[in-house]
Design a protein around this ligand. Structure first.
Ligand code: ADP
Ligand code: MG
Length: 608
């Protein structure tokens, strides 16, 4: 029998490859925008018609191409971006496969005009289904304009598979947003059926977020920044009240390339656990910068999945950085004229409520109660490191210590040193709120919510460590309980001990309490204990909290200093110091605000 194996004709091979690269109009948009970015354009215009089905045009003012390069660019595996295997591991450009233009040209009608700055005339190329129809010199602007018409004109099955206009448009918009967010320093325009729907001026990331998602994000973002030798993180997270039920406003970028990474999404979401409804998703735009040798972006042709060589460490750093940003969220706001890494200003935040939670028990939970604020974040990292040593192959402890040589200023320290310096600038109003001056303005602290947060941090820590200090009674206290409460307390005996109550069983349904947590005021012991148990049962019913979290929350709720109680200067200072050294100072455990701050400008605005 004759030999049967033949090489595929070039156009057919390209068409097959196109199946991988070009799934829908949005894939073309992504490839063309990325090429414009790689060409160092500063203005990029995207024009589409019928959600890209009939027309996708990208005009850039980038490097442009010579006539030969323009021809070559449509060859498969033709790229100016890598030339040897080693380059694959140091890729910093968006493209590198050299197959996008060849694939697109295999399934559409293309017209490209391109000119290098140094050339007087440019080149016009027309290609249809991989067949070059025309190449000629052309007068055109510096840069490249490439138009992709009638996508899948020669592959009816694919064309028929496209979804309706609104779905395809949404995909295009997603790609456009991802690229525009990753490059706030580039001007972008999006024109859809002759309407200019986005005109994004070059600027700072915070401005770009606002330009894309709306001005309502102003004041709702918290800067997230962390630098370690392995990984840098920069970007913003939205405050808990911008969380949405619908997904879609979560962006991770690795070296400016949008990535999807469920584990990292979880690393962020976990930080919001007790602050947002479990059905909601936090807003974030986070950029990871990592040496390309630590990542493999080659795992999928559409390049949104990537692998890190040390996923666990990336998880930990992201998780810790987001916690820190959240902790700062209510104390800071973004000045939209500043960049992420510049000094931030205190702000006015509207006292809306974050949703109460049904949080799960949290492996990396930041239950560090540490009086010295300077150690707070180190402690948090320490804790995270400790939590993970069991199943890490490397010496995580050592690595983490090295990595968390953080250069991030702890805003809490700044605030505290000022507060201490200005004793007389702390006072209480209506025996309920503490008012104090801050660097940028003032803040009002809800004493009850603040104390609940401080106690909660402490109790969640002692309950995990199974060791809590208790204050022994001279005269033990007898409490008779209902049979069901009695059983409940027996079941929770270990945890209740850890919270600081020592008791023994005296008789059926009666216990003797010998010791109580140090914070319990004399004369309130019995009422407090009963209230604590009642609160626990109520939370269990209503919030379905995990047992330990419920215990810590119930006790802090019952024990917290209530509104209406006068506080001494010392008490106010202690409370503030403890609150500001919490990993999560801005919210009470139930998600309500502890602090509302106003900057001087906002105060001024109130008078106009
Ligand atoms: P890749 O981007 O992976 O290299 P493409 O098929 O997307 O592959 O592009 C092939 C080559 O064409 C690129 O390497 C680049 O040299 C050139 N090119 C494509 N688009 C542009 C553009 N907008 N401006 C300048 N050069 C471009
Ligand atoms: Mg490309």
């Amino acid at each position: 029998m004759a030999d049967v194996i033949k090489l595929l004709p070039e156009s057919l091979a390209n068409q097959i490859a196109a199946g991988e690269v070009v799934q829908r109009p949005a894939s073309v948009v992504k490839e063309l925008l990325e090429n414009a970015i790689d060409a160092k354009a500063t203005h990029i215009k995207l024009i589409i018609k019928e959600a890209g089905k009939s027309w996708i045009q990208v005009i850039d003012n980038g490097s442009g191409m010579s006539e030969t390069d323009a021809r070559m660019s449509f060859e498969r595996h033709a790229t100016s971006k890598i030339s040897k295997t080693g380059d694959l591991f140091t890729i910093m450009t968006m493209g590198f496969r050299g197959e996008a233009l060849a694939s697109i040209a295999a399934v559409a009608q293309i017209e490209m005009k391109t000119r290098k700055e140094s050339d007087e005339t440019g080149t016009l190329i027309q290609i249809e289904g991989s067949q070059t129809l025309q190449i000629e010199p052309s007068q055109c602007a510096k840069g490249t304009s490439i138009t992709v018409k009638n996508l899948f004109f020669n592959v009816p099955a694919r064309r028929n598979f496209l979804k309706n206009i609104s779905v395809e448009f949404a995909h295009i918009q997603d790609e456009f947003f991802r690229i525009a967010l990753a490059h706030p320093d580039i001007n972008f325009n999006l024109i859809n059926n002759n309407d200019e729907i986005y005109q994004l001026a070059a600027g700072k990331l915070a401005q770009r977020i606002q330009a894309i998602f709306g001005v309502s994000y102003k004041g709702q973002l918290s800067a997230c920044q962390e630098e370690t030798p392995y990984l840098k993180i920069k970007g913003y997270i939205g405050k808990p009240n911008c969380a949405k039920r619908k997904r879609g406003e979560q962006f991770f970028f690795a070296n400016k390339r949008f990535i999807k990474h469920p584990l990292l999404h979880f690393a962020v979401k976990e930080c919001f656990e007790s602050l947002i409804d479990p059905a909601e998703h936090p807003f974030y735009v986070l950029f990871l910068e990592i040496d390309p040798k630590h990542i493999d972006i080659n795992v999928h042709p559409t390049k949104t999945e990537i692998k890190f060589d040390d996923e666990r460490t990336v998880f930990q750093i992201v998780n810790a950085a987001v916690r820190k940003a959240l902790a700062n969220a209510n104390l800071n706001a973004i000045d939209f004229s500043e960049n992420v890494n510049n000094e931030m200003f205190a702000h006015f935040s509207s006292p809306s409520r974050a949703t109460a939670s049904t949080a799960q028990n949290n492996t990396f939970s930041a239950n560090n109660y540490e009086k010295k604020p300077t150690q707070n974040w180190q402690q948090l990292y320490q804790n995270i490191a400790n939590n993970n040593t069991q199943n890490t192959q490397m010496d995580t402890q050592e690595k983490i210590e090295l990595k968390f040589a953080s250069n991030f200023d702890n805003i809490h320290n700044i605030e505290m040193s000022e507060l201490k310096a200005e004793h007389n600038l702390i006072f209480q109003i209506h025996n309920s709120f503490i008012v104090t001056q801050t660097k940028a303005g003032m803040m009002i602290i809800d004493q009850q919510a603040a104390h609940e947060r401080v106690l909660y941090d402490k109790f969640s820590k002692t309950i995990e460590s199974k060791f809590g200090a208790s204050q022994q009674f001279l005269f033990p206290l007898n409490i008779t309980l209902s049979p069901s409460d009695f059983d409940l307390i027996q079941d929770l005996k270990l945890q209740i001990h850890a919270l600081g109550f020592s008791f023994s069983v005296c008789d059926k349904n009666t216990i003797i309490i010998n010791g109580i947590p140090a914070e319990v005021r004399a004369g309130t012991e019995k009422a407090l204990f009963e209230g604590f148990i009642a609160q626990f049962k109520e939370n269990k019913e209503a919030l379905k909290l995990p047992t330990n979290e419920n215990l810590a929350r119930s006790l802090s709720k019952r024990l917290a200093i209530k509104k209406g109680n006068k506080l001494s200067m010392q008490e106010m200072q202690n409370l503030l110091e403890q609150l500001l050294s919490s990993p999560n100072p801005s919210y009470a455990p139930d998600g309500t605000y502890t602090i509302v701050s106003f900057d001087v400008q906002k105060l001024q605005d109130l008078f106009q």
